[in-house]
Ligand binder design. Sequence first.
Ligand code: HEC
Length: 107
Amino acid sequence: MSNTKPWLLLLAIAFVQPAAASDPESAFRGKRLAEVNCADCHAIAQVDESLDPAAPPFRSMAERRDLASLRTEMTGDLFLRHAVMPDFEPDAGQANDIVTYIESIQD
Ligand code: HEC
């Protein structure tokens, strides 16, 4: 073990941690919210299909729009523009959780 390089170990640990470690608890809450409020139309997981073909799958949402602005738009006019207004208006915390979840499943 004389030639073990501690910095190499640190480097390995750094790579095992996801770069921008998103908040897994927030993503989990977001997933639950999406299951209840969005899954009637949108594909909300990694391999499912949208029940409403017009509704973009959440996993490819980043290709379609900027996710950072979705955080704030979700509490604003997004659902007014939205095709069919879901019977749900997220507060800021719920919007954050949903977008954290959406980010966590991007292709
Ligand atoms: C009743 C069906 C339905 C439900 C429920 C639904 N959506 Fe949608 N959504 C659509 C359809 C259809 C589109 C595509 C047409 C459009 O953009 O209006 C869409 C588009 C979107 C977009 C892209 C719009 C944009 O301007 O970028 C986002 C983001 C979105 N939905 C989020 C959600 C979230 C989050 C939920 C759950 C809280 C949800 N939707 C629930 C049908 C639905």
